[in-house]
Design a protein around this ligand. Structure first.
Ligand code: WT7
Length: 656
C-alpha cells in the first residue's frame, strides 16, 4: 500500500458518533448492545449461531450438530436441511412481501425492470426447470459469465434451487481465464449473454464463451444458455447453444426447492492468490446463508422499507453475498445497476439514487476517489436525501475519501460502514454497526459479533497496541470457506499453516497487514502477500507474470503494484526479453494486449519496463521490494547486500 495513505491513516484521530436519532431507531443501538452480543457469541459461539439460525432461517429439517471443527475443516449445522433459494424467495411469498420489489434493475442504456418476490420466484423456478431439462442435476457445476442483468441473479438462484453449485466468472475476464475456471470446476453448462453494455461499449460475452469452448477445450460443458441483451447477432452452435428466451418463459413455474444439506456446496468463486493458478473458493449452504443474512441485517440496519443498492458486480463475492443472497434472504429490495460511472455519464450513480430513493448505498473506495476527483457538482445537483447509510469495501479507504463520502454524499448525517472481508470469509468480518459503533475514518472498526480477530506476528503471538502485524481470525465462523476446490492441501497451506498452529489453536491467515489501536479498533493496511488490489479487484502478481512469460518474446517477468490515486494500485511489469527480441513501444503494447488476452482487461499493465536482468537474492528470488521502489520512482530502501549482482540495480535505475 502507498506511503501517504498509511501516513494519513496513522495520524487519523477523528471519531464520529452515530447520530442520536439514527441510533434510537437502529436494530443495535449502542456499544453496550454490541458488546453484549459480542460477549455472548464469544462465550458460546455454537449457541449464539444456533439461536439465530433457528430464528432467522427456514429449515426443512433441523441440524444434528451446530459446529464440527476438525481444524482446518469446519462443518456448520451438519444434518440440517435447507435451501437458500427457498430462504430468499418462497418464505416471503406467504407474507406481505409477496408483492414487494425484490430486485430493482436499472440498465446501462436507461431501460429498467422491477421484479417482485412473487415474480422473481416464478422466473427462478422456470429457469431451474430449464436447467433440469438440460440435464443439470444436484451437484453438477454451472458456469455463469453474465452482464449485470436480472438474469444473472435469476440464474444463481435457479442453480441454488436445484442444488447445482454455480461458479460465476466476472465478465471482465478473458476467454482464456474463463476456460481455465470452467475446466477447474468441470462445469456442465454455461449461462451467458450475447453481450453486455459497459462504458458505452458492448462486451462480446458469447464470443468469449465460444472461444473458451473452441476445439472441445472444456470437455465437461454440454450446453450453453444465452440471454439476449445487446442484440448483437451472435452465432449459435446447433445442439449446444440455446436462447434463454426460447426455453425459460414457457417452462413450468413450479419447481420445489431441493432439500440441501447445510454442508452441500453452494458455489465456487475463483480468486487470486500468491501462485499463478487462481483458487476455487468453496462456500456451502447453511452457514453462508445464516452469516450473510445476519451481517446484511445488522451492518446495514435493514428496515423493510429500505431500497438498498450495492454497486458491485455479481461476478465478485460482494455481488454474491450482498446483492443476491444476504439482501433477498432478509426480504430486502436489492437494486442492481448495469452501468458504471464513465466520462459520458459522470452523474449516473446519483441519478439512480435519486430515481429510486436509495436508502443504503454500498460501494468501493476506488469509486469514491473517482467521484471526489470529478467534484461536488454532480452529486450536489441531485437529491440524495434518501440516503441513510453508506458502506465501503474492497481496500483500505483513505480518510480524505471517507470524509468526502460522509460529507458530500451523506450530507454529514449518514453513518459510514467500512466493511473488511474477503471472498474466503463469505461475509463481513470487521465492520461498524451503524447505530452503535463510533467510526474513525480509515478503520473497519471492530469484529462482527461471533468473530474473534487478532493481530499477530509470524509465530502467532499477539503484537501490542498499534504495532503492525498479520490479521488473523481465531475461531471458525459460519460462512468461512470450506476448502479450495479440488485442493485441500492448498487450503491448508495458504490459510491455516502460514502461521503454524500452536497447541491445537489454528489461526486463519487473511493475507492482510493490520494494527489494532488502544480502543480495540482495527486498521487494515493492505495485502502482505503478492496480491495487488486494482480498483478493488484482486490480482495475483504471479498470475500476471505467468501471462507475460507465456509470450514468446519474454524471458522473465516481475510484476509489482504502483500507487494510483484513483485505483489504489496499478499493475507495473518489469520484463527481460529473449535474446533475439528488442525493446520497443510496439512490443510494450503487444505485451499489454497479451495480458488482456490471457487474463482480462482488469489485469492490463499500466506500464512495462524492459530490463537486462531483475534484482535477485543469491538463492534466485526476485526482490520485489526494490522493484516496487523503482516503479514508484523512489529510492531503493533497505539492504541490497543479499543481491546476487549489484550492477543490476544500477542498470534498472538508469532505465528509469
Ligand atoms: C481483500 C479481499 C470482500 C469484498 C471485496 C474484495 C481487501 C476488502 C477491505 C476494507 C481494507 C479491504 C483486503 C482483503 N479489503 N475490504 N474494508 N478495508 N481492505 O474481496 O477480492 O476477496 O479481496 O480486499 O486486502 O484481503 P476480495
Amino acid at each position: 500500500m502507498s506511503q501517504p495513505t498509511i501516513e494519513s491513516i496513522l495520524n487519523e484521530k477523528r471519531l464520529f458518533e452515530p447520530p442520536a436519532d439514527f441510533a434510537a431507531d437502529a436494530r443495535i443501538k449502542s456499544m453496550a448492545e454490541y458488546q453484549a452480543l459480542y460477549d455472548k457469541a464469544a462465550a458460546d459461539p455454537a449457541g449464539f449461531w444456533a439461536e439465530l439460525a433457528e430464528q432467522e432461517l427456514h429449515w426443512f429439517k433441523k441440524w444434528d450438530t451446530v459446529l464440527d471443527w476438525q481444524p482446518p475443516f469446519a462443518k456448520w449445522f451438519s444434518g440440517g436441511k435447507l435451501n437458500i433459494s427457498y430462504n430468499c424467495l418462497d418464505r416471503h411469498l406467504t407474507t406481505w412481501r409477496r408483492n414487494k420489489a425484490a430486485l430493482i434493475w436499472e440498465g446501462e442504456p436507461g431501460d429498467s425492470r422491477t421484479l417482485t418476490y412473487a415474480e422473481l420466484h416464478r422466473e427462478v423456478c422456470q429457469m431451474a426447470n430449464v436447467l433440469k431439462d438440460l440435464g443439470v442435476k444436484k451437484g453438477d457445476r454451472v458456469g455463469l459469465y453474465m452482464p449485470m442483468i436480472p438474469e444473472a441473479a435469476i440464474a444463481m438462484l435457479a442453480c441454488a434451487r436445484i442444488g447445482a453449485p454455480h461458479t460465476v466468472v466476472f465478465g471482465g475476464f478473458s476467454a482464456d481465464a474463463l476456460r481455465d475456471r470452467l475446466n477447474d470446476a468441470e462445469a456442465k453448462l454455461v449461462i451467458t449473454a450475447d453481450g453486455g453494455f459497459r462504458k458505452d461499449k458492448v462486451i462480446p460475452l458469447k464470443a468469449a464463451v465460444d472461444q473458451a469452448l473452441e476445439n472441445n477445450a472444456v470437455p465437461s460443458v454440454e450446453n450453453v444458455l444465452v440471454v439476449e441483451r445487446t442484440k448483437s447477432g451472435v452465432p449459435m452452435v446447433a445442439g449446444r447453444d440455446h436462447w434463454w428466451h426460447d426455453l425459460q418463459p414457457t417452462a413450468s413455474g413450479n419447481c420445489p426447492a431441493e432439500e440441501m444439506d447445510a454442508e452441500d456446496m453452494l458455489f465456487i468463486l475463483y480468486t487470486s492468490g500468491t501462485t499463478g493458478k487462481p483458487k476455487g473458493v468453496v462456500h456451502t449452504t447453511g452457514g453462508y446463508n445464516l452469516y450473510t443474512h445476519m451481517t446484511f441485517q445488522w451492518t446495514f440496519d435493514h428496515k423493510d422499507t429500505d431500497v438498498y443498492w450495492c454497486t458491485a458486480d455479481v461476478g465478485w463475492i460482494t455481488g454474491h453475498s450482498y446483492i443476491v443472497y444476504g439482501p433477498l434472504s432478509n426480504g430486502a429490495t436489492s437494486l442492481m445497476y448495469e452501468g458504471v460511472p464513465r466520462p459520458s455519464n459522470p452523474g449516473c450513480f446519483w441519478d439512480v439514487v435519486e430515481k429510486y430513493g436509495v436508502n443504503i448505498f454500498y460501494t468501493a473506495p476506488t469509486a469514491i476517489r473517482a467521484f471526489m476527483k470529478m467534484g461536488e457538482a454532480e452529486p450536489k445537483a441531485r437529491d440524495l436525501s434518501s440516503l441513510r447509510i453508506l458502506g465501503t469495501v474492497g481496500e483500505p479507504i483513505n480518510p480524505e475519501a471517507w470524509v468526502w463520502y460522509q460529507q458530500v454524499i451523506g450530507g454529514g448525517n449518514c453513518p459510514i460502514v467500512d466493511t473488511w472481508w474477503q471472498t474466503e470469509t463469505g461475509g463481513f468480518m470487521l465492520t461498524p454497526l451503524p447505530g452503535a459503533t463510533p467510526t474513525k475514518p480509515g478503520s473497519a472498526t471492530k469484529p462482527f459479533p461471533g468473530i474473534i480477530a487478532d493481530v499477530v506476528d509470524l509465530d502467532g503471538n499477539p503484537v501490542g497496541d498499534n504495532e503492525g502485524g498479520y490479521l488473523v481470525i481465531k475461531h471458525p465462523w459460519p460462512s468461512m470457506m470450506r476448502t479450495v476446490y479440488g485442493n485441500e492441501e492448498r487450503f491448508r497451506r495458504t490459510y491455516w499453516e502460514h502461521i503454524p498452529p500452536k497447541d491445537g489453536q489454528y489461526l486463519y491467515f487473511a493475507g492482510d497487514g493490520a494494527r489494532r489501536d488502544e480502543d480495540g479498533y482495527f486498521w487494515v493496511m493492505g495485502r502482505v502477500d503478492d496480491v495487488l488490489s486494482v480498483s478493488g479487484h484482486r490480482l495475483g502478481t504471479m498470475e500476471i507474470e505467468s501471462a507475460l512469460v507465456s509470450h514468446p518474446a519474454v524471458a522473465e517477468a516481475a510484476v509489482v503494484g504502483r500507487k494510483n490515486e484513483i485505483t489504489g494500485e496499478e499493475v507495473f511489469a518489469f520484463v527481460t526479453l529473449e535474446s533475439h527480441h528488442q525493446p520497443s513501444d510496439e512490443l510494450k503494447d503487444e505485451l499489454k494486449q497479451h495480458v488482456i488476452k490471457e487474463i482480462g482487461i482488469i489485469a492490463r499493465p499500466a506500464d512495462i519496463r524492459f530490463a537486462d536482468s531483475l534484482p535477485k537474492t543469491r538463492s534466485g528470488k526476485i526482490i520485489r521490494r526494490f522493484l516496487r521502489n523503482l516503479a514508484s520512482g523512489e529510492d531503493i530502501v533497505g539492504d541490497a547486500t543479499t543481491m546476487e549482482d549489484q550492477s543490476v540495480l544500477d542498470k534498472l535505475r538508469q532505465g528509469a
